[in-house]
Ligand binder design. Sequence first.
Ligand SMILES: CC(C)(COP(=O)(O)OP(=O)(O)OC[C@H]1O[C@@H](n2cnc3c(N)ncnc32)[C@H](O)[C@@H]1OP(=O)(O)O)[C@@H](O)C(=O)NCCC(=O)NCCS
Length: 210
Amino acid sequence: MAGIMYRQYAGESDLPHIMSLVQNELSEPYVVYTYRYFLHQWPHLAFLAFPTDHGHSDPVGVIVCKQSMHRNLSNRGYIAMLSVSKDWRKRGIASALVTNSIEAMKMDGVDEVVLETEFDNNAALSLYESLGFIREKRLYRFYLNGKDAFRLVLSVPPSSENSSDTQSDDTDNLSASTRSSVSSRRRPPPYRAIRISPYSDDEDDYVSSR
Ligand SMILES: CC(C)(COP(=O)(O)OP(=O)(O)OC[C@H]1O[C@@H](n2cnc3c(N)ncnc32)[C@H](O)[C@@H]1OP(=O)(O)O)[C@@H](O)C(=O)NCCC(=O)NCCS
């Protein structure tokens, strides 16, 4: 069986692959500007999964996220898109993508990570709950297709590893293949995530994973 290599978003050449993975699996259509909104501002929070055997050059999984202050109270990570190709599911790829993104968010002092998913997306609900997320609320007719969503939240406890003196330890949980690029793209110092988006944080979710 092929191994899997994870790396961060590397630039526009990744975009067609990301769009293909997401459009094939998520219910709502996103325009290219939506992808760029996330990828240009938070490239270090997007990861792709590649099989390591030479028969595969395209990614088989992707995660796209953002991170900003929520009402000046909490440093909030947001998972916008997550998709794994059908043939590559149930091998831990999504778990690894989510874990990589959360570890990268921790470098900027994340307090909580949120996302929405369709209320009946059992695979996604099981995945996130296996990683410690809990259901915060049900959002009535949240999606264009009329479906309800669950908002899930993961509380990230403060860690001494988020302090600037120990930042070098933060990459320990990342795969070796991503560690050097995460390190070079880190935005020092921590706890400085600011709201860049014109949207309120309750609408940071103007695009949402399904
Ligand atoms: C949801 C999705 C990303 C999961 O990807 P994956 O790589 O297969 O997930 P993993 O292998 O990391 O699974 C981790 C855990 O999630 C849960 N899980 C994953 N797929 C599941 C399924 N079909 N049914 C039930 N639980 C499932 C299990 O608890 C699993 O752990 P286990 O394998 O030890 O039982 C994938 O099914 C997908 O791309 N779906 C379409 C897009 C989508 O729904 N995205 C999420 C939007 S929020």
